[in-house]
Design a protein. Structure first.
Length: 188
C-alpha cells in the first residue's frame, strides 16, 4: 500500500515540517505500507483557473499540474497534514486539490492537524471536501494541541515531543492501511 503524506502548508518557518518528519519516521517503521512525502512546496501551482477537472479527468493543462496529478495517482491512501488558518484549512491545499479530481477518487483520506483546537475545524471542513472528491474520509485523526506545538518548537530534533501522540498515529495508520487495501481491491 502506498500512503502519501501531504504537507498542507508551504510558508517560511512552517510547523508542518516537524509534523512531516515525525509522521514519516513513524510510518517508516511499518512493514504494511510504503510512505511517500508529497510536499506542496515542491508543487508550485498558479491559482486554479482551468475547466473543471472532474469533467476532463487527467487532461492536464500544464506540466506542473501533470506532475502533481501523476504523483497523486500512485497513492492508495492519503494522510494530509493541515494547519488551521482563520478557522479553515490552508488555501494552498485546496488549490492543489482543485487542479485534480480523479486522482483522489475511491481512496481513503485522513488527517493530522494542529492549532488551538488541534486543527479540528480545518479537518472537519476537509472531511466535507473529501466527500465531493469521492474520497473515503476516516473517523480517526491526529490533533496536535498548542502544548505539544510549543514542546516541538523547543526541541531541536522535534519528534520526541510527539511521543504522547504515537498511539493515536498508530491507530490512524492501522485504519488507513485497512481502507487502502479494501478500496484498492475494489478498484481492481
Ligand atoms: C494566516 C494564519 C491564520 C491562523 N489562524 C489560526 C486559526 O484560525 N486557528 C488556529 O488554531 N491557529 C491559527 N493560526 C496559527 C497556526 O496554528 C500556526 O501558525 C501554525 O504554525 C500554522 O501552521 P504552519 O506553521 O505549518 O503554517 C493561524 C496562522 C496563520 C499564519
Amino acid at each position: 500500500m502506498l500512503i502519501q503524506v501531504i504537507t498542507g502548508t508551504t510558508r517560511e518557518g512552517r510547523f508542518s515540517e516537524s509534523v512531516a518528519r515525525w509522521v514519516m519516521e513513524h510510518l517508516a517503521t511499518r512493514a504494511d505500507l510504503d510512505a511517500e512525502l508529497v510536499d506542496l512546496r515542491d508543487h508550485p501551482l498558479p491559482f486554479f483557473d482551468g475547466p473543471p477537472p472532474a469533467r476532463a479527468p487527467r487532461e492536464y493543462p500544464t506540466g506542473e499540474v501533470a506532475r502533481l496529478g501523476r504523483t497523486l495517482d500512485r497513492a492508495d491512501g492519503f494522510l494530509v497534514l493541515t494547519a488551521e488558518y482563520n478557522h479553515g484549512y490552508p488555501a494552498v491545499l485546496k488549490n492543489a486539490m482543485d487542479w485534480t479530481f480523479a486522482e483522489w477518487q475511491r481512496k481513503p483520506i485522513t488527517f493530522a492537524g494542529w492549532g488551538n483546537v488541534g486543527g479540528a475545524r480545518a479537518i472537519e471542513q476537509l472531511r466535507q471536501v473529501a466527500v465531493e472528491f469521492e474520497l473515503a474520509p476516516l473517523r480517526h485523526a491526529v490533533h496536535i494541541l498548542p502544548e505539544t506545538m510549543m514542546a516541538v518548537r523547543r526541541d531541536p530534533d522535534g519528534t520526541a515531543a510527539f511521543a504522547a501522540l504515537e498511539p493515536r498515529l498508530t491507530l490512524l495508520a492501522d485504519e488507513l492501511v485497512w481502507w487502502a487495501g479494501a478500496l484498492a481491491a475494489a478498484r481492481g
